[in-house]
Design a protein around this ligand. Sequence first.
Ligand SMILES: [Zn+2]
Length: 168
Amino acid sequence: MNTTPSWEEDRHRLNQEIEALRERGICYSCHDLATGSIFGQQALIHEDDQFKVVLDQYPRMLGHTIVIYKPHREDISELSDEEVKSLFQRCLQVIKVLKIALHAEKVYLNTMCDGSINHVHIQLFPRYAGDPIGSKRFVLPRGSLENGEELARQIRYALLPILERQEP
Ligand SMILES: [Zn+2]
């Protein structure tokens, strides 16, 4: 009997597609930003010409969020000072919103982008009251995203006033 949850099979297929692109020298993230063909319909929190902010499709906890910086950079070491500023500012806005909208006590920030052909992105891991504190949160087991659209909408509504304040 096959006991593998279907989301794990989906994730396995996704990783295979990403690997196949890498073998052809193609960045999966740039490819997805251009075509939408890798991740499909994601639970979108925010998108503008610089950033795409989505809920992870296979979250480690409620509100596991990915901030993608759109221009191709392999990892954070390739960012200019200006790019670092704007990426970190956007991350802070989302972190504050995860605390407001989801009542996270803390939000952890992680970026790796290791291995062949990668694309800079930041992972945000909320921690809630009662959750154990510490680095084990970075490797909690993944699951499938439930009610992603509704959750993304909730976060998006909390983010809008912050983004509006930022506009000149
Ligand atoms: Zn890329």
